[in-house]
Write a protein that binds this ligand. Structure first.
Ligand SMILES: Cc1cc2nc3c(=O)[nH]c(=O)nc-3n(C[C@H](O)[C@H](O)[C@H](O)COP(=O)(O)OP(=O)(O)OC[C@H]3O[C@@H](n4cnc5c(N)ncnc54)[C@H](O)[C@@H]3O)c2cc1C
Length: 413
């Protein structure tokens, strides 16, 4: 598809090529050969360290880490577009691996903006030095994440995880669930309520929490339907104390996290596109070789039409992701709206692309060792990541009509 390359700078084209080579030479052969490995019930054993080491060698692990710490800081005016193209390429190989890596980029964007200099000096060098070092971003709680995404800015919808200042330390109690890299990250950004009397836009603060902090327990690794090479985890905080300087943003942390969420949604949509591209490429190849009724599949018109439908949906997703990414890069007023549109549109369109891939592979599509059902499973995860489809649509309409659709649906004032 020529559309993939259109409009890329020379630097972006080169980065894309090296990611493609990494995926084609390392990731895809590994996944095809070791298709059982994602089902290992020991999360530490699933993805070999060599894959992250290789990702490190081509420089895609520490994107967004400032150059002074040895990271790779992309051209500021097109950073989010570059994130998107790399996230897509890696997810074309494996969506879980892409999840693992992109959390590092997304959280680095937050840290370089809000972490005090001495803490950046401590953590960025570790991230750069250790290929297995991961970051995580912890918002979701057992009582639901949708309230935070919307958000209804009333005290009753506030977070249950609470932080209180006690002398020189913050004491945090609560729990977080469904956290990407939550099982194996070395450093966490944790959101907690610091003022129960006000809405969550004024009463939520964010903290930096190192993995070895007393009072932090990694309670479990969730066994997910897809993206299984990313270890999704659950965390419990019991009188967990972090020094006062580990506070990143006090009070309006959710609003300030926009610099994480906007690129985050583009990256989600782009990873999703990578899953769809993989489903398309494998299907396009299959229908050119597999014979039924005396002819290769693509000669059967119903098959050819499905392939056209897959390609059309992928192009539509790509166009919207690109437009939304450009809006974020340019801090355009409609960037928020477009990010949510791109995320929800990608999740539903790629689900259909993956479903066509399953159907065109017939029985092979349902066989674990064939690898097509994996793409279908991976695609299904995107419906719920970074807000459900319904909540994403709520956010779209709220951003367009803040006075009416954006107001709390409780009793009329
Ligand atoms: C693989 C994976 C990775 C994730 N990674 C992270 C992460 O790194 N960090 C993190 O903080 N979270 C993470 N999440 C959590 C994710 O953001 C939430 O699962 C998602 O936002 C939905 O929240 P919930 O699961 O709490 O569902 P709920 O909020 O309980 O929603 C349940 C259902 O109710 C609907 N609903 C809820 N409220 C309303 C309403 N007011 N009006 C209409 N419908 C409503 C929802 O649309 C949904 O259908 C991850 C989730 C997954 C699956």
């Amino acid at each position: 598809m020529q559309m993939v390359e259109r409009g890329l700078s020379e630097e972006q084209r080169l980065m894309r090529e090296s990611c493609r080579a990494f995926v084609d030479d390392f990731v895809t052969p590994f996944i095809r050969k070791n298709w059982q490995r994602e089902w290992l019930m020991d999360p530490d054993q699933r993805l070999p360290a060599a894959i992250l080491e290789q990702a490190d060698r081509i420089g895609v692990r520490t994107l967004a880490v400032p150059e002074e710490y040895g990271g790779i800081q992309l051209e500021a005016g097109s950073e989010v577009r570059t994130f998107a193209l790399i996230a897509e390429e890696i997810a074309r190989g494996d969506s879980g691996l892409a999840d693992k890596l992109v959390q590092n980029w997304k959280v680095s964007v937050l840290l370089r903006k809000f972490a005090p200099k001495h803490l950046q000096d401590r953590w960025f060098p570790r991230l750069v030095k250790e290929p297995g070092f991961l970051l995580a971003h912890c918002l979701t709680e057992p009582r639901g994440a949708s309230d935070r995404w919307l958000p209804y800015n009333v005290p009753e919808a506030a977070m249950h995880t609470k932080a209180l200042l006690d002398g020189g330390e913050w004491v945090i109690n609560g729990r977080k669930q469904f956290i990407s890299n939550g099982y194996d990250a070395g450093l966490f950004v944790v959101y907690a309520n610091t003022n129960p009397k006000v809405g969550m836009m004024q009463g939520t603060s964010s903290f930096l929490v190192p993995r070895d902090t007393r009072g932090l327990t990694i309670a479990r690794c969730n066994e997910t339907i897809g993206c299984r090479f990313m270890n999704n985890g659950e965390l419990v905080f019991e009188d967990m104390r972090v020094p006062k300087d580990h506070l990143l943003v006090e009070g309006d942390a959710l609003g300030k996290a926009g610099i994480y969420f906007r690129p985050g949604k583009i990256i989600q949509a782009a990873k999703n596109l990578g899953v769809g591209m993989s489903a398309y490429e494998r299907t396009a190849d299959y229908v050119q070789h597999y014979v039924q009724g005396g002819r290769i599949l693509i000669k059967h018109q119903a098959v050819a039409l499905r392939l056209a439908d897959m390609a059309t949906r992928l192009s539509a997703v790509r166009a919207l992701v690109r437009e939304a990414a450009q809006a974020v890069d340019e801090s355009a007023p409609d960037a928020d709206t477009l990010c949510n549109m791109a995320k929800v549109f990608a999740s539903e369109e790629i689900m259909k692309v993956a479903s066509h891939a399953m159907e065109l592979h017939g029985g092979n599509g349902a066989m674990l060792d064939f690898g097509i059902e994996k793409l279908f499973r991976d695609a299904s995860i995107f419906l719920h990541m970074d807000a459900t489809a319904d909540i994403s649509r709520f956010k779209i309409v709220k951003s367009m009509f803040p006075q009416t659709a954006g107001a709390y649906a409780g009793p009329e004032a």
